[in-house]
Design a protein around this ligand. Structure first.
Ligand SMILES: Cc1cc2nc3c(=O)[nH]c(=O)nc-3n(C[C@H](O)[C@H](O)[C@H](O)COP(=O)(O)O)c2cc1C
Length: 166
């Protein structure tokens, strides 16, 4: 029988890193399943599996940073997305650099295409992930940077424009 779980790889996704902070410890994990849901209020969702170290910290602190990686940050994605904060301090080496947030206590990442500071609105258990709905309380973007993309497990840079939506 066909494996329906493969449907999830058919979407082209930008790659985000979710940051969390509990007491003095900060952690970051890669999440390609992060998308907008509402303009006003500005709401975004990130889908996180319950076994991630990051998961329970968001439940507890009720806030998270969301950093949209730039096309030169594939190493950041692989690093934050293959190690667990349960075992290592991902901010100890040179790969991840934290940047203080303006509104929330949790930092975001340096060098990204955009960063958002989110306060948790709702957590909804759904299938094998939890949907975390965050209200964006502050954001910054670097107009010079383009996002890193992911499709069928392969990273890409944004290609040529083929037309305008607005
Ligand atoms: C490109 C990429 C995308 C990922 N997207 C997600 C995602 O959307 N949701 C999720 O729960 N895990 C995702 N992961 C896996 C987590 O980032 C990974 O399990 C990470 O080590 C969890 O870190 P933590 O235990 O410190 O929270 C992704 C990993 C990579 C490399």
């Amino acid at each position: 029988m066909e494996d329906m779980s493969k449907a999830t790889s058919e979407f082209a996704e930008s790659v985000a890193v979710v940051t969390v902070k509990k007491d003095d410890k900060i952690n970051a994990m890669t999440a390609a399943w992060a998308v907008p849901v509402s303009h006003r209020p500005a709401l975004v969702v990130v889908h996180i599996a319950p076994q991630r170290f990051t998961h329970d910290i968001i439940m507890e602190t009720k806030e998270f940073g969301l950093s949209i990686l730039a096309e030169d940050q594939m190493e950041v994605s692989q690093y934050a997305g293959t190690l667990s904060g349960r075992k290592v301090d991902k901010f100890e080496g040179d790969v991840l650099k934290a940047k203080p947030s303006r509104v929330i206590g949790t930092p975001v990442l340096e060098g990204c295409a955009a960063t958002m500071e989110c306060k948790l609105e709702k957590a909804i258990a759904m299938g094998d992930h939890t949907i975390f709905v965050g209200r964006v309380v502050s954001m910054e973007k670097d107009p010079e940077k383009k996002p890193l993309l992911l499709h069928r497990g392969v990273y890409y840079k944004l290609g040529d424009s083929v037309g305008k939506y607005y």
